[in-house]
Design a protein around this ligand. Structure first.
Ligand code: ADP
Ligand code: MG
Length: 346
């Protein structure tokens, strides 16, 4: 099947600073793809290249198989929502949303039909005549989204659109955006540095670091099978410890052999091992594979978060609904399936 958008071998430098290094990525119709990575890793630059505001030094941008490099931004079927909404303060809500349609010389009947549909979609019915300055941050962001969607783009680019909102509003807007995307059947390319946001909203997450793609996958794949320690670390609180791969399905951690399900490493290859805090079982010291002492324990609402220090000083983060008191000796167990062996990250 032909991909809706394809980036091939994209490189981009600003002066001596190479900010994108051979980016290869495809995006399918109706997909919700999120570019996730820390500030400065090149996320916005990718969006700007897709939108046509920026040109790659090499590589190509294809829409339905055709190169877009010679096509100006306004002729690409994409629209962008930025973190800074860039609404027109002197226009009311309705006129902000209708702005692009008026430029296109659409009939006023069609404009008011579309604007009214959009206001309904973003939950702002009755706000038509409000001044932009009289709106809250969340309402302004809804106007910005409506203004982009009213053009009926086939792709919507969203650059940290919720970053300026407080947590509660952000979470409810995440759900709304996800619903809108499903309802309208539009492809979303979303940029965020917030891993939880990426995991909850996306069909596909693209994890980036320093202008490179580290992993592309479904949220669960990224979470459960991070390709390297960088991804695992970025995606969530995890235990990442050094190990030695003895043979297929056997990894040595802290001098103890653990069965696992990973294969294909060199004999005695140094590896990183990822174990989620919720996948560690605390047991009586003599029943565990590794023993340690509980150094701290905090109640997190549903579970306790405990830090267990092993004999060699390795710290293990553990989530358990049972509390093991600070200072107590415990054993650690991990099931083979919950051990994720990864190549040492470069
Ligand atoms: P992100 O969106 O992931 O935070 P950006 O794509 O905005 O990252 O930026 C990546 C890098 O490129 C940063 O180091 C940034 O300073 C640099 N950069 C972005 N745009 C320009 C520009 N127009 N001129 C010079 N450097 C830029
Ligand atoms: Mg950015």
């Amino acid at each position: 099947m032909e991909h809706l958008i394809q980036l091939t071998n994209i490189c981009k430098s600003f002066d001596d600073n190479q900010v994108l290094k051979d980016i290869n990525l495809y995006i399918d119709k109706n997909e919700f793809v999120t570019l996730l990575g820390p500030s400065g890793c090149g996320k916005s630059t990718i969006l700007r290249i897709i939108a046509g505001f920026e040109f790659p030094d090499s590589g190509d941008v294809l829409f339905e198989g055709r190169s877009m490099l010679a096509i100006p931004p306004y002729e690409r079927t994409v629209n962008t929502v930025f973190q800074k909404y860039a609404l027109f303060p002197h226009l009311n809500v309705e006129d902000n949303i209708a702005f692009g349609l008026k430029l296109k010389k659409m009939s006023s009947g069609e404009i008011s039909k579309r604007v009214s549909k959009m206001l309904e979609l973003v939950n702002l019915k009755g706000f038509e005549k409000r001044s932009i300055n009289a709106l809250s941050g969340g309402q302004q962001q809804r106007v910005a989204i409506a203004r982009a969607l009213v053009n009926e783009p086939s792709v919507l680019l969203l650059d940290e659109p919720l970053a300026a909102l407080d947590l509660k509003l952000r979470q409810s807007m995440q759900l709304e955006l996800k619903n809108m995307q499903k309802e309208l059947g539009i492809t979303f390319i979303y940029v965020t540095h917030d891993q939880e946001e990426a995991l909850t909203m996306s069909d596909t997450v693209v994890v980036m670091k320093d202008g490179t793609i580290q992993q592309i996958g479904k949220p669960t794949d990224i979470y459960n099978e991070p390709k390297n320690a960088y991804v695992a670390d970025f995606i969530g609180k995890s235990n990442i410890v050094s190990g030695i791969m003895k043979q297929d399905c056997l990894v040595n951690i802290e001098g103890v052999d653990f069965e696992c399900v990973d294969k294909g490493f060199a004999p005695d290859e140094n590896v990183d091992v990822v174990v989620r805090p919720e996948d560690i079982y605390l047991v009586e010291p003599d029943k565990g594979k590794i023993t340690g002492t509980v150094e701290s324990a905090i109640f997190k609402g549903v579970h306790y978060e405990m830090c267990v220090v092993a004999a060699d000083g390795q710290k293990w983060l553990v989530h358990d609904t049972t509390l093991f008191d600070t200072g107590s000796r415990v054993g650690i167990l991990v099931k083979p399936f919950d051990i994720h062996v990864m190549k040492k990250s470069v």
